[in-house]
Write a protein that binds this ligand. Structure first.
Ligand SMILES: C[S@@+](CC[C@H](N)C(=O)[O-])C[C@H]1O[C@@H](n2cnc3c(N)ncnc32)[C@H](O)[C@@H]1O
Length: 450
């Protein structure tokens, strides 16, 4: 059974565009030739008129046998197995569909040249939902799946603007202060840095702060080029942020010495990108994980990855929230308030919406939100977490397990720094203007691993 991924008002329901995407994907121009292209991949021939089928598809979601077989045929072209109950339909931009296809099929459907097309056209396809059983086993949703699908962008912005959630604003203010500091100005101004790597997209405002600062510091330097790489596992978050940065610089001067490059990649497995992000002249790279994102992920995998593609003298800037000196009761009250908003719950429910559909849970948002609870305590993963860490956990009781949909961790400062030292990153500078939110700059002290 196929399920629509997001049938609510935020979804992209322009079926006309999807049929256009199918034409482009298969290199066909008419309903009849599209149908012929797909037919070869369908598991059984249809009696009905394909043209009619496709014209109906233009008007609304696929319904009935005919559409279902047609979609399965499309999925076969994409190299995605479509006949297990663990697959369901999602809407994804053409480019991510293309990138996800097996290499031999990528040749069949050309990568479009125009940027505009990449952003506009969408196609429905089946996505492997088998992760769910892994998540149940680990009792934790893998954060790399949190932001799949277009509506996650809107959900993220709504969550960040939830009434109780003040972190985003606070992080931006403090980042603004950080880039005014002498150590930062010194680092950027003496030609030592060739690359800045942003780990996790999200709010373009933070990029604006960093880019504007780099521009201010380097504007009068000649022959200076800094690569500014933005890395995110979610295509939609990445390009939304990238587009937003472009918009910001339409209204003010572009940074003169900076080249901005988005990379659709997993930052817990960054090694394949090492030679793209490291400057060729051997100058330093500054890795940055801002906005508290470190608190959403497995720190061990994260630091292993950064260690594998950094070298002696590289920097790592981390923004995180700390709980030293705060009573457990205050921590709990605060975190429950911060993470109890509707935006946050909708965001957290994203990865299991297909599963909830399958389980027959009411699709009404309000009903689904009621199933999510905020608990505060140690993180779900006990094997490698940083001692003393407390997490806000958005959880749901499902299939006999308490599944953690989203985890946001708060740390003890000294334990946090000791953990980084274990990965050869030693504290280089820290601002103490706020006891809770801190920007910590670490420096790699050992030679690169070869
Ligand atoms: C939107 S931010 C959350 C920002 C911040 N934690 C906050 O509270 O506002 C997290 C971003 O990191 C990305 N992300 C998470 N894990 C990732 C990974 N392993 N590799 C690349 N990107 C990842 C997500 O796709 C998402 O865009």
């Amino acid at each position: 059974m196929y399920k629509k991924f997001h049938d609510d008002d935020e979804g992209i329901l322009d079926w006309e565009q999807k049929i256009e995407a199918a034409y482009k994907l298969t290199g066909t121009r008419s309903a009849a030739s599209l149908a012929r292209a797909v037919e070869a991949h369908m598991e059984r021939k249809l009696d009905s008129d394909y043209g009619d089928l496709i014209n109906r598809w233009k008007k609304g979601p696929p319904r009935g046998d005919g559409h279902e077989f047609f979609f399965k045929g499309m999925n076969r072209i994409f190299g995605l197995p479509a006949d297990t109950p663990n697959y369901f339909l999602v809407e994804e931009p053409y480019i991510s569909v293309w990138a996800a296809m097996p290499a031999q099929n990528q040749g069949v459907v050309p990568l479009p040249a125009q940027q505009e097309f990449i952003h506009t056209f969408h196609v429905d396809l089946a996505v492997n939902d088998e992760n769910f059983s892994d998540w149940l086993r680990n009792r934790l949703v893998d954060q790399r799946n949190m932001y799949i699908g277009r509506d996650c962008v809107a959900n993220y912005h709504r969550a960040a603007n939830d009434k109780g959630y003040k972190n985003l604003n606070m992080c931006q203010v403090l980042l603004g202060d950080f880039v005014e500091s002498d150590p930062w100005v010194e680092l950027i101004s003496n030609n030592k840095v060739g690359s800045v790597v942003i780990l996790g997209a999200g709010s373009a405002e933070k990029d604006d702060i960093v880019l504007s600062s780099i521009d201010k510091i380097t504007r009068n330097e000649r022959k200076r080029l800094i690569n500014y790489a933005i890395i995110d596992a979610s295509y939609d978050m990445l390009f939304d942020t990238y587009k937003h940065i472009q918009e910001i610089f339409q209204t003010k001067d572009r940074p003169a010495n900076v080249q901005i490059q988005p990379f659709h990649a997993d930052f817990t497995d960054l090694y394949p990108l090492k030679w793209k992000i490291q400057p060729q002249d051997g100058s330093a790279t500054v890795f940055m994980c801002l906005g508290g994102t470190i608190g959403n992920i497995n720190e061990n995998n994260f630091l292993t990855s950064i260690r594998a593609c950094s070298k002696e003298g590289d920097y790592l800037l981390l923004a995180a929230e700390f709980i030293d000196g705060i009573s457990p009761r205050d921590i709990e009250t605060r975190l429950k308030e911060e993470y109890g908003g509707d935006g946050m719950k909708d965001l957290a429910l994203g990865p299991i919406r297909g599963e909830l559909d399958r389980q027959g849970v009411s699709p009404v948002k309000e009903d689904r939100r009621k199933k999510v609870v905020v608990n505060v305590g140690p993180p779900e993963r006990f094997d490698d977490f940083i001692e003393g860490t407390i997490a806000a956990k958005l959880q749901i009781a499902i299939s006999g397990t308490m599944l953690t949909l989203l985890e946001s961790k708060r740390y003890r400062l000294e334990k946090f720094k000791a953990f980084f030292r274990g990965f050869d990153f030693v504290g280089a500078y820290e601002r103490n203007d706020n006891p809770r939110f801190k920007h910590l700059l670490f420096r790699r002290t050992t030679p690169a691993l070869e």
